[in-house]
Write a protein that binds this ligand. Structure first.
Ligand SMILES: Cc1cc2nc3c(=O)[nH]c(=O)nc-3n(C[C@H](O)[C@H](O)[C@H](O)COP(=O)(O)O)c2cc1C
Length: 308
């Protein structure tokens, strides 16, 4: 295989391949490092970091669903100082890190973005304005274009690293949100976060999750992700890192066709801990089978054909 075949360059990120674990589905990599060398990954999107340490929501906070799962973890994390230590541990691997930043106010986001930008192995920040599982902040930033625009602008001022805004699918028109963050100066977009869902217990009539609702992820949401990426690609010029239900190398190719320049794997890591490295190994053969000699050639392929 030609090494350059999988190479992708994005703002702040020189990726040896377009595959990375999605935030919240890989922790800070410690558990997965027991299975394989993390340097094989294109990047790692680490778990959301907030200013203060968070214990997350009450249990139960995950539930299975057909072709997916619901989660309401509630941004459990060791806080910015703890995450900076995790980043030091990650320095032993040759892999650029994407730090997922969350908060409740603009100032929270700005504080964390500024602090975490200083870590040498952080290539870019992913701003989580789409977490459906916390009461304040999170998704409220991701559902109002004016608020998302202002936050993006503010973070561009304080962060020395490129900013990727993580969009929520829980909006009427994702194009409006994409445009807003592009105008705010975002360097890229990551999408999609989870779709708000609920399961009820038939014996008690109560929600299965202690939080009531949770975020739906896994193969069930893939067609929604593809549709939204397809729309956003036509709307903005900044690159997209796509996610939502990826399981196979064919799924990766479909995301590239829709307009993603790279992809993240979430729920599948829980089913197969080798998911990311399996995809890295399988992708060249799938690219060749469909007539592509590089990832680059396949990005936005669906849009080069004309029509819908
Ligand atoms: C258990 C769990 C925890 C997650 N935690 C985060 C998080 O901390 N920050 C974030 O931006 N997204 C988080 N996500 C969303 C994923 O990064 C991803 O956007 C979503 O799950 C869709 O991809 P998938 O279908 O491949 O899982 C989480 C998802 C799951 C399942």
């Amino acid at each position: 295989m030609n090494k350059d075949m999988l190479q992708v360059n994005l703002p702040g990120l020189s990726l040896k391949n377009p595959i990375m674990p999605a935030s919240g589905c890989f922790g800070f990599g410690r558990e997965y490092a027991e299975y394989y060398d993390l340097s094989r990954l294109g990047s790692i999107m680490i778990k959301a970091v907030t200013k203060e340490k968070r214990r997350g929501n009450a249990m139960p906070r995950v539930a299975e669903t057909p072709s997916g799962m619901l989660n309401a973890i509630g941004l459990q994390n060791p806080g910015i100082e703890g995450v900076i230590e995790e980043l030091k541990w990650l320095e032993q691997f040759e892999v650029p890190i994407i730090a997922n930043v969350a908060g409740y106010t603009d100032d929270d986001y700005a504080y964390v973005a500024e602090r975490i930008s200083a870590s040498p192995n952080v290539g870019a920040l992913e701003i989580n304005i789409s977490c459906p599982n916390v009461k304040e902040g999170g998704i409220t930033f991701g559902q109002d274009p004016e608020i998302a625009y202002k936050l993006t602008k503010k973070l561009k001022e304080v962060s020395s690293k490129p900013i990727y805004m993580k969009l929520s699918p829980n909006v009427t028109d994702i194009k409006v949100m994409a445009k807003a963050v592009e105008e705010g100066g975002a360097d890229g977009i990551t999408m999609i976060n989870t779709l708000i869902g609920m399961r009820l217990d038939l014996k008690t009539g109560r929600p299965v999750l202690a939080n009531g609702t949770g975020g739906l992820s896994g193969p069930a949401i893939k067609p929604v992700a593809i549709r939204m990426i397809h729309e956003v690609y036509k709307t903005v010029k900044i690159p997209i890192i796509g996610m939502g239900g990826i399981k196979t190398a064919e799924d990766v190719l479909e995301f590239l066709y829709a307009g993603a320049s790279a992809v993240a794997i979430g729920t599948e890591n829980f089913i197969n801990p080798y998911a990311c490295v399996d995809l890295i190994e399988e992708l060249p053969e799938v690219l060749k089978r469909y007539g592509f000699s590089s990832v680059q050639e396949a990005i936005g392929f669906s849009h080069k054909l004309g029509g819908k």
